[in-house]
Write a protein that binds this ligand. Structure first.
Ligand code: ARG
Ligand code: ZN
Ligand code: CA
Length: 254
């Protein structure tokens, strides 16, 4: 895509308790975070130390709640469904009415985001490009969604959804998903090779896999740090997401 691409989003709120039926305001706070993070206008990017700051990229991807539903009717871009399931899992059941959740809107035209209760400490999960349309999109724990309402520290800055949409647009974790070894790669040239995931808010530098002196790029959205520690995508990651939107996910852009 040439300039800026804007992706239409539908947020499916799937709730069992009243608290899980998160307010519109919480949904809007998440959309705001996405637009800041993907355009690199998030104020907290200033925590990135000088050796890495030149890697920070504006991906030129924006997000907007859908204004037209699949039938062509006006919509808020938010659906609400009462579920009998008390906690969903990474098994995609939230993505179908037949399994206690709600069906996606056409995945070639909308980014579907399901927000619900998840078990087992799971914050969220995503489907990579090229998968079945009926399960396409991302799922996020309601307490890790947005910055208000039920959002709770340390996952209350909306970064779980930023991270999951990174996967949805074909990004791998920056350590290459090979455990703590140094053989894995995220297929991105400007992210330093890293041993394993970083957690919490690490102190700079954390050297692994001979990546000194600056070490792991643990400030990246595709690591596993707390929300306040992940603040950037790189130019290489932006290019990979652009290739996805110019290719497999071409029908999404407007
Ligand atoms: N564990 C999840 C995944 O691998 C999400 C991690 C999000 N991290 C965060 N600090 N919000 O997709
Ligand atoms: Zn991930
Ligand atoms: Ca790399």
């Amino acid at each position: 895509f040439g300039g800026v691409v804007r992706i239409p989003v539908v947020v499916h709120v799937v709730w069992n308790t009243d608290a899980q039926n998160i307010p519109d305001e919480q949904v809007h706070s998440q959309i705001d975070v996405l637009n800041q993070d993907f355009r690199a206008t998030n104020a907290d990017r200033d925590i990135v130390p000088e050796p890495f700051s030149r890697l920070i990229a504006d991906t030129r991807i924006e997000f907007a709640l859908a204004t037209t539903d699949p039938d062509g009717q006006p919509t808020s871009g938010i659906t609400r469904t009462r579920a009998d399931v008390t906690a969903f899992d990474s098994d995609d059941r939230v993505k179908s009415a037949a399994t206690g959740g709600v069906d996606p809107w056409p995945a070639d035209r909308y980014l579907n985001i399901w927000v619900c209760q998840l078990g087992g400490g799971l914050l969220g999960y995503a489907q990579f490009p090229g998968g079945p349309p009926e399960t396409d999109g991302v799922v996020c724990l309601h307490t890790g969604f947005g910055t208000t309402g039920t959002a709770s520290a340390p996952f209350d800055l909306g970064r779980t959804t930023t991270h999951e949409i990174g996967h949805y647009l074909n990004l791998f974790h920056i350590w290459g998903d090979d455990g703590t070894g140094c053989a894995g790669t995220d297929e991105v040239a400007d992210t330093p090779n890293a041993g394993g995931p970083n957690f919490g808010v690490p102190s700079f530098p954390h050297v692994t896999c001979g990546n000194g002196p600056h070490g792991d790029l643990f400030y990246d959205y595709m690591d596993y740090t707390d929300d306040r520690g992940m603040v950037m995508f790189t130019g290489g990651q932006a290019a990979r997401m652009a290739a996805c939107l110019d290719g497999v996910r071409n029908s999404l852009g407007q």
